[in-house]
Design a protein around this ligand. Structure first.
Ligand SMILES: NC(=O)c1ccc[n+]([C@@H]2O[C@H](COP(=O)([O-])OP(=O)(O)OC[C@H]3O[C@@H](n4cnc5c(N)ncnc54)[C@H](OP(=O)(O)O)[C@@H]3O)[C@@H](O)[C@H]2O)c1
Length: 285
């Protein structure tokens, strides 16, 4: 005989809710009935999110969480467990881009990039899994926001690309371990999205030096990436994909979002690698 849940409303937590994809996804999850913990490292930046939620009477609560800080992650998860006793959905979304030619990147800058985009996912997921697993009957969903750059390499953002390739490998591997517990892993692979991404990105210190042998190249490619982000796919499109996947009886393992991403993914899959390299070279020339 199964016992009734004291609280049957599903609970979601999303990282990096202060802007872009995280902001849009938090609202959409709450509008679809999930009790949504919209986490951000600085919740003051999410005041407008709370205002919308209050005006619409949405089940949304802001919570402080810095994915690079163990005690912040632990504290947030403990708070959710004490308030709701369950976590059904985790959306690992927080991230930023590190720009600069590889030779100009310091090891510390690369470590910081991994600390957020890769170890941040690991840290939050490892804290959430014991809670998700304890509700074995109802299962759970982990959505990892990767990128088209989880498959498609690009110059000037090599460290960012490396974090997303790593996230793809991690997600594919842990999906096998979590399946017996009814926990699904889903990868979201957006192309260029008109979010706060370019504003939140970091240019490597040495890349800013006009004496760098890569200075002109980095400037040119960065502004190409930047202009791709103007008039790009809106964060709401990604949010819609994430929420549809979560609500689906049988979600796919990966979702590509944006026509630019679809084109690049198909090229990566179908072209000879040398032809593909030439295509990328043409894009950045
Ligand atoms: N935009 C794109 O073109 C694109 C394409 C493919 C994939 N993605 C991925 O989509 C995800 C969301 O990015 P976005 O496009 O929505 O950009 P965004 O608007 O800049 O949002 C990034 C979010 O991550 C948060 N964040 C950064 N470091 C954090 C940390 N240590 N702890 C907690 N939160 C942190 C930011 O918080 P603050 O406001 O405090 O900085 C912000 O809320 C990222 O993983 C990114 O790699 C983006």
């Amino acid at each position: 005989m199964s016992t009734r849940e004291p609280n049957s409303q599903k609970v979601a937590i999303i990282t990096g809710s202060s802007s872009g994809i995280g902001y849009a996804t938090s609202l959409m999850l709450a509008r679809n009935g999930f009790y949504t913990y919209a986490s951000a490292r600085n919740i003051n930046k999410s005041a407008s999110l709370q205002s919308i939620a209050d005006a619409e009477r949405l089940p949304l609560k802001l919570i402080q969480l810095d994915v690079t800080d163990d005690s912040s992650v632990k504290g947030a998860v403990e708070k959710i467990v004490s308030e709701k006793g369950r976590i059904d959905v985790l959306v690992n979304n927080a991230g930023y881009g590190l720009f600069g030619a590889f030779e100009d990147l310091s090891v510390d800058e690369i470590k910081a990039q991994f600390e957020t985009n890769f170890f941040g996912v690991i840290r939050v997921t490892q804290h959430v899994l014991p809670i998700m697993r304890s509700k074995h009957d109802s299962g759970g969903i982990i959505v990892n926001v990767s990128s088209v750059n989880g498959h498609v390499p690009f110059p000037v953002i090599s460290a960012y690309v490396a974090t997303k390739f790593a996230l793809e490998g991690l997600s594919e591997s842990i999906a096998y371990e979590l399946e017996p517990f009814g926990i699904k892993v889903i990868l979201i692979e957006p192309g260029a999205i008109g979010s706060g991404f370019m504003k939140g990105s970091v240019m490597s210190n040495r890349a800013l030096d006009p004496k760098s042998p890569y200075f002109e190249f980095v400037r040119k490619v960065s502004s190409k990436i930047s202009s791709d982000h103007e008039n790009a796919t809106q964060p709401e499109e990604v949010a819609k994909t994430i929420v549809q996947a979560i609500l689906s009886e049988k979600p796919e393992f990966r979702y590509v979002v944006g026509s630019d991403a679809v084109t690049l993914m198909q090229a990566r899959k179908n072209m000879q690698y040398s032809d593909f390299q030439q295509m990328i070279q043409k894009i950045v020339q």
